[in-house]
Every structure is written in C-alpha cells, then in structure tokens.
Design a protein around this ligand. Structure first.
Ligand SMILES: [Zn+2]
Length: 143
C-alpha cells in the first residue's frame, strides 16, 4: 500500500483550509490526517458565535476519522493563517495535541505547513510538541 507523500498531505491541508468557517477570528485552518491504512481525512476549523463550541481543523480531521472507525494514525499536516494579513505557519493548539495523544504513539508526526508555500513545512513528533503527555496509559493497570 502506498501512503500519500508528505508534500501531497501538505497540499491537502492547504486545500482543506478553504472549508474553514471562521467569521469571528478570520483564521482559516486546514488539516490532513494520514491513517495507517493510507486513508486521508481532512478537516477545517469551525467557529461558533458563543466561541466555546469552536473546533480546530486538526480535531475535525481526527473526529471524522475516529467516527469512521479509524484508530491508527501516521501523521497530520496543518496549514493556516489569518486572511492574507498574517502569514506563516503555526503549530496545533494544546487541546488538539491532547486529542492526538489519545490516539497516537511517539512516532506520530505533525507537519506544520507554510500557508503561502504548502511544499515548505516543519516536521515535529508528538513528544516534541507535547512532552510528558497524559495518555491512556495513566488510566490502565499496565504502565
Ligand atoms: Zn487546536
């Protein structure tokens, strides 16, 4: 089975950004999540007038995948920015990192994509972005 390339995954994240619903922050973010079986799930951020129900692109992608029965993930590409004013790349928020922690092991990678140039990205592992993470192992007998 051939997995999608890193550059293809970054491109899919950039395309997913177009679906963002962000009338308040005007931050549009897209994510593309690669499952171990080669399936890719995309997601965008979806804001809400009462703010709290807002969900990030990364969690949208994860929840779509998990609701479809996927449980094993390889990497996620994230791309976003505020309109055309703020440029560059930004990493996933803490809540999204915690969601990744629920389903991913230490080899899981996060590709933080440059909004203007999807081929340019920084690569991180989950332990780099969420050291000493709280995961399922803390709630089970075997540690
Ligand atoms: Zn987030």
């Amino acid at each position: 089975m051939k997995l999608v390339s890193d550059s293809e995954l970054c491109k899919l994240a950039a395309e997913a950004m177009r679906g963002a619903y962000a009338p308040y922050s005007r931050y549009c973010v897209g994510a593309a999540l690669l499952c171990s079986d080669g399936t890719v799930y995309t997601g965008c951020n979806i804001e809400n007038a009462s703010y709290t129900p807002t969900v990030c692109a990364e969690r949208t992608a994860f929840f779509k995948a998990v609701s479809d029965g996927r449980r094993e993930f390889v990497k996620i590409a994230v791309c976003g920015g505020k309109d055309s004013v703020i440029s560059g790349a930004f990493p996933p928020c803490g809540v999204c990192r915690q969601v990744m922690s629920e389903f991913c092991d230490d080899t899981f990678e996060i590709l933080v994509v440059q909004k203007e140039e999807p081929a340019a990205f920084d690569r991180f592992t989950l332990p780099q972005l969420l050291p000493l993470r709280f995961g399922p192992s803390y709630l089970t007998e075997e540690k």
